[in-house]
Design a protein around this ligand. Structure first.
Ligand SMILES: [Zn+2]
Length: 224
């Protein structure tokens, strides 16, 4: 198979149609999507709660997440799915990554992999033990596992990924029993901004589609 992104008409691979992104980006008739019911609103409030560990140094965390959001804005401007991250070592951003799956037609080129690759071109892998990741969307299961194997110190993310998240939403790859040491993970930093970026991307994509699929085009929710 030449491309993980091209599996036309195969509904058994729903994850690949949206770059492993959360379902709540879309209004859909599926049961697990977020709704505007009271239950949905309450769930949303919980997701906006920040961990006390994050609140201790909120300005610092927001500053680094802002940089990840800015990289995601660049991705969006370039027609790429706006998911991005930065790696922070000793208080400095030392590597950046943005999703590159659309341009490269390579489903493994997630933001985290690109950032790790840049990091390893400058530092030995052991330095990742002192390095934190700020990523706009919860790492998927693949990236969560890679981050653990590479020995990341801590992960901070914007919005959760209720379909493919590997830091607790679907599987807790970061903290489950395993061979490598796990890592702590905190979500919710600029969560709404991260979601809005993704929605803007899919609105843009739908508008540019030459031949919109009647059933495949789900309505994007205009507000978070
Ligand atoms: Zn990933």
């Amino acid at each position: 198979m030449s491309s993980l992104q091209d599996l036309p008409g195969d509904s058994s691979f729903p994850s690949l149609q949206h770059n492993n992104l959360p379902d709540y980006l879309f209004d859909s008739d599926s049961e697990d999507s977020m709704s505007s019911t009271d239950q949905g609103d309450n769930k949303d409030k919980d997701k906006d709660k920040l961990d006390p560990e994050v609140l201790k140094d909120l300005e610092k965390h927001q500053g680094f997440m802002r940089q990840a959001i800015n990289v995601a804005e660049d991705a969006l401007a370039g027609g790429e799915t706006p998911v991005a991250c930065v790696l922070v070592l000793k208080g400095e951003v030392v590597a950046r990554g943005m999703n590159d799956t659309n341009r490269s037609l390579n489903g493994t080129r997630h933001a985290e992999f690109l950032a790790i690759s840049e990091f390893l071109s400058k530092y030995p892998q052991s330095k990742l033990r002192e390095t934190d990741l700020y990523v706009t969307v919860e790492p998927c299961i693949m990236c969560a596992s890679a981050l653990r194997q590479y020995g990341i110190r801590c992960v901070y993310y914007g919005c959760g990924n209720d379909r493919f998240g590997g830091n607790g939403s679907v599987l807790a790859v970061n903290s489950d029993k395993g061979l490598e040491k796990g890592y702590p993970s905190y979500g919710g930093i600029f969560r709404k901004e991260a979601i809005m970026l993704l929605r803007r991307f899919y609105i843009q994509e739908n508008e540019n589609a030459p031949n919109p699929r009647a059933k495949g085009n789900r309505e994007l929710k205009p507000v978070v």
